[in-house]
Design a protein around this ligand. Structure first.
Ligand SMILES: O=C(O)CCC(=O)C(=O)O
Length: 239
């Protein structure tokens, strides 16, 4: 469950950090299930359901995990998670996808500044991501940075980024004070929740520690594809 003050913080800033989102046992299980998926399910997946880093071996992202494996579908339906999401998406939560951003040690690539709705194309923008720390996220291994309050700016223009796995980046970063940038350092089991219009980005992982995040994306049942957002996405991709 989520408190009224956490909901208010999310509405004000466009993100929140929740400490101990998972218990130690839940985290251990999640880790071992991601490991099992990587060894047993990943080899049989189409290439479109995963992204590799530049070495052609290390996993950058796993996409649509809920479609390929019951554990992740059931995980996304846990009552404690669904009741956390409900007030933030202003309606009945519907899973959009379960995925990972692995950012492996030494080779994990950067994520350009973007708003997630450049991909999701939903209106109203009642869509969010829960980003659960599988590993510790430190200043050194590529934490996510959020720009506070940017979810109130609406959808900003995006352009192709050239980054495999994050094909869209902001065309221009709006001016922001350093004090408006929030660095999402996390202990394993902590989580971040961000709105689909909150600008965020992360640096490459040059450290010797992995930085895996497990993500659940939800929308309110009432949201729809916005043809204008979709047209902007298609146009940006075509450039
Ligand atoms: O894990 C990261 O570094 C970025 C994640 C991200 O871009 C997202 O959650 O939309």
């Amino acid at each position: 469950m989520i408190s009224a003050s956490q909901v208010a913080d999310y509405e004000r800033d466009g993100f929140i950090r929740i400490r101990k989102f998972l218990s130690a046992d839940e985290l251990a299980q999640l880790k071992s299930e991601i490991d099992r998926y990587s060894h047993q399910v990943l080899p049989g997946l189409p290439e479109s359901d995963r992204v590799l880093e530049a070495d052609g071996k290390s996993v950058r992202n796993l996409w649509r995990m809920e479609k390929h494996d019951r554990f992740f579908d059931e995980f996304s339906r846990r009552p404690g998670i669904v009741s956390t999401v409900r007030p933030l998406v202003h309606g009945t939560p519907v899973l959009v996808g379960a995925e990972t951003f692995n950012k492996p040690a030494k080779i994990g690539s950067a994520v350009p500044a973007h708003q997630d709705n450049a991909y999701f194309c939903q209106t109203p923008a009642d869509v969010l991501t829960i980003w659960i720390a599988v590993d510790a996220v430190t200043l050194e291994n590529g934490p996510i940075y959020y720009v506070k309050g940017t979810h109130k700016q609406g959808m900003l223009p995006h352009k192709p980024s050239g980054v495999t796995g994050n094909s869209m980046g902001l065309a221009q970063m709006p001016p922001a004070e350093e004090s408006d940038k929030f660095c999402g350092t996390l202990d394993p089991g902590d989580a971040l929740i961000h709105h689909c219009h909150t600008i965020h980005y992360s640096a490459p992982n040059k450290s010797d520690r992995n930085r895996c995040g497990f993500l659940l994306v939800y929308r309110g049942e009432h949201t729809k594809y916005d043809p204008q957002f979709k047209a902007a996405y298609t146009q940006a991709q075509a450039k």
